[in-house]
Design a protein around this ligand. Structure first.
Ligand SMILES: [Zn+2]
Ligand SMILES: [Zn+2]
Length: 184
């Protein structure tokens, strides 16, 4: 099965699955999908993989196996890089409408449970967004031994020569010379 819609690739209508016997599952292929993320996060690739929804005794178990990439920059040399992100989680969603009576479920007994919508929709997007946020690397490196930036010229140390004579500093840093302490 393909994903629901391109606008809401992680919004699944599970009314049909809820009517099936526990253990019944459906697998959705996900390709070229995106989710809303906090402002400081940017995807460098669309989200792809699969989502399996299984009818349980109580609701729907979502099993997400997805991959994407986050855009970022090297913590030492500031060059742009991408970080592969694996998203893998299982979460059970409970109905908010009683399937037999059609009346709202008393959610007060399990206030922390994940819920399907009143229209039997399962919205996986918040959990996927959270997973990506949690997977953000704290100090990514473009290579493990990245030497970082030259303190004299400001360029990456692994590019070009950095045997700088005192007078050969980058014009962009020329202004800083005025602030150097006198040496004599
Ligand atoms: Zn680097
Ligand atoms: Zn340099």
């Amino acid at each position: 099965m393909s994903a629901p819609t391109t606008e809401a690739p992680f919004l699944f209508n599970v009314a049909g699955l809820l009517a099936d016997a526990p253990g019944t599952h459906r697998t959705y292929d996900i390709a070229d999908a995106r989710v809303a993320l906090p402002d400081d996060l940017e995807l460098a690739a669309p989200i792809g993989g699969s989502v399996r929804l299984t009818r349980t005794n109580r609701g729907i178990l979502a099993d997400a196996r997805l991959t994407t990439q986050l855009a970022g920059e090297c913590a030492r040399c500031l060059r742009p890089l991408t970080t592969p992100i694996d998203i893998a989680f299982e979460e059970e969603y409970l109905p908010s409408i009683d399937l037999h009576s059609g009346r709202p479920v008393d959610t007060g007994e399990e206030p922390d449970a994940l819920r399907l919508s009143d229209h039997h929709e399962l919205d996986l997007e918040p959990s996927i967004s959270d997973s990506i946020s949690l997977a953000e690397p704290i100090a990514p490196l473009d290579r493990a031994d990245c030497p970082g930036l030259c303190v004299t010229c400001g360029l990456p140390l692994d590019e070009g020569e950095h045997d700088h004579p005192e007078d050969d500093i980058d014009p962009r840093l020329e202004a800083l010379r005025a602030f150097r302490p006198a040496e004599d």
